[in-house]
Design a protein around this ligand. Structure first.
Ligand SMILES: Nc1nc2c(ncn2[C@@H]2O[C@H](COP(=O)(O)OP(=O)(O)O)[C@@H](O)[C@H]2O)c(=O)[nH]1
Ligand SMILES: [Mg+2]
Length: 187
């Protein structure tokens, strides 16, 4: 399962909701989500495959709130977890703590070489720091070179519909095989 983590208020819930709804810009209700996620949400993301409309591609993402960072590792299954790490590009003051949390998560033996995606959120805001600047502040290229070569990067904001598709495609690489698609052969 994909684990979606990052600091409180970084935009995880809205991003996952946009993926789940395949939303168009402006349709994401930003005011309804005023309570931080304290527990863990599981969101199913589905994309209809035009060749097989009866068997949509589905992947489950578990969101875990920023206040639970000390126990993020408890949700990791060795070899079976992928990580979306959300960084709020409009809050430079959170970049330090986000870097520390990321290093701790990445250094878990159970996540060695696990697929890791960093998503820079809220890039629509004028206060947002550029993606290149955050990458350099967090030394993400060094992490990619020395710690986890799978590390990849995307940006996301709720105002730009074109940001949904790349994220959706990254998630769907890890789609669950539905029972209907197994056709008995998987057993
Ligand atoms: N402008 C803008 N605001 C966003 C965006 N994503 C999230 N927000 C704001 O950030 C707040 C926290 O988002 P939420 O998804 O609940 O964060 P979470 O705690 O990481 O799940 C929301 O209430 C929105 O106001 C975005 O892409 N653009
Ligand atoms: Mg949340």
């Amino acid at each position: 399962m994909i684990l979606c983590v990052g600091s409180t208020g970084s935009g995880k819930t809205l991003m996952l909701r946009a993926l789940a709804d395949n939303a168009t810009p402006g349709t994401i209700n930003k005011t309804s989500q005023v309570v931080a996620t304290n527990g863990a949400n599981i969101i199913n993301i589905t994309k209809i495959n035009p060749k097989k409309p009866d068997c949509p591609d589905t992947v489950s993402v578990r969101e875990i709130g920023g206040t639970m960072s000390p126990i993020w590792g408890n949700f990791v299954e060795p070899g079976r977890t992928q990580v979306i790490y959300v960084v709020d590009s409009s809050s430079p003051e959170k970049i330090g703590p986000s870097t520390v949390d990321l290093i701790q998560l990445m250094s878990l033996p159970a996540l060695k070489n696990a697929p890791f995606l960093i998503v820079f959120t809220k890039t629509d805001l004028s206060s947002a720091v550029t993606v290149n600047e955050i990458k350099s502040l967090m030394r993400l290229e060094d992490m990619k070179e020395h710690t986890n070569p799978t590390l990849s990067f995307l940006e996301f904001n709720t105002e730009d519909h074109s940001k949904i598709e790349p994220l959706l495609n990254w998630c769907l690489q890890f789609k669950n095989t539905s029972y209907a698609q197994m056709n008995g052969t998987a057993f």
